[in-house]
Design a protein around this ligand. Structure first.
Ligand SMILES: [Mg+2]
Length: 175
């Protein structure tokens, strides 16, 4: 089941869970940058180039420019509280982002700028496959997974990839 939320406070903490956060538009966001921004950029560059791949790479370079020069803000001011509560409940916390691994350092800087420090950050666009791999390699002893992501497609992917597993998977769509 995928539960829509607009604050981390709405998540039921199950002790000793593996908690998986997406980064962009889940933990942090950049002012004015959202799906609409992205679609408008693509539209504009498609008109210019008539080449989907080129348009996407031009939009991406605009995005990287913004990410390099702007500081992000928190999506939910309750996040530090929530993380403390997760730690008190002996949860394991990891981040799973579709960002490219070549901006790992920048990503860590973005998180640190809003006082978020995480040891385990994974970069993969195929979140279902990646999470399966992470769990089977490092978290065989857990039974609950809590995943928070703003993109329904990622949550659907996790749901499908874990449909035949023994884990209890709770999915939250933050918006
Ligand atoms: Mg996101």
């Amino acid at each position: 089941m995928i539960t829509p939320i607009n604050s981390f406070d709405q998540i039921e903490i199950i002790p000793e869970s593996l908690v998986v956060f997406d980064i962009d538009d889940t933990l942090i966001r950049f002012d004015g940058i959202d799906l609409k921004w992205w679609k408008n950029k693509i539209k504009k560059y498609m008109v210019m180039t008539r080449d989907e791949q080129l348009a996407e790479s031009m939009a991406n370079s605009d995005l990287i420019k913004i990410m390099n020069t702007c500081d992000p803000e928190l999506v939910d001011n309750q996040v530090h509280n929530f993380i403390t509560r997760l730690q008190e409940s002996n949860c394991h916390i990891i981040l799973l982002t579709a960002r490219d691994e070549n901006i790992r350092e920048l990503t860590i800087r973005h998180l640190q700028s809003v006082n978020l420090n995480f040891e385990h950050i994974y970069f993969n666009q195929n979140k279902g496959d990646e999470l399966k791999k992470i769990v089977s390699e490092q978290y065989q002893n857990i039974s609950n997974i809590i995943m928070i992501d703003d993109m329904m497609a990622n949550l659907e992917d996790i749901k499908q990839k874990f449909s035949d597993s023994n884990y209890t998977v709770k999915l939250y769509n933050i918006r």
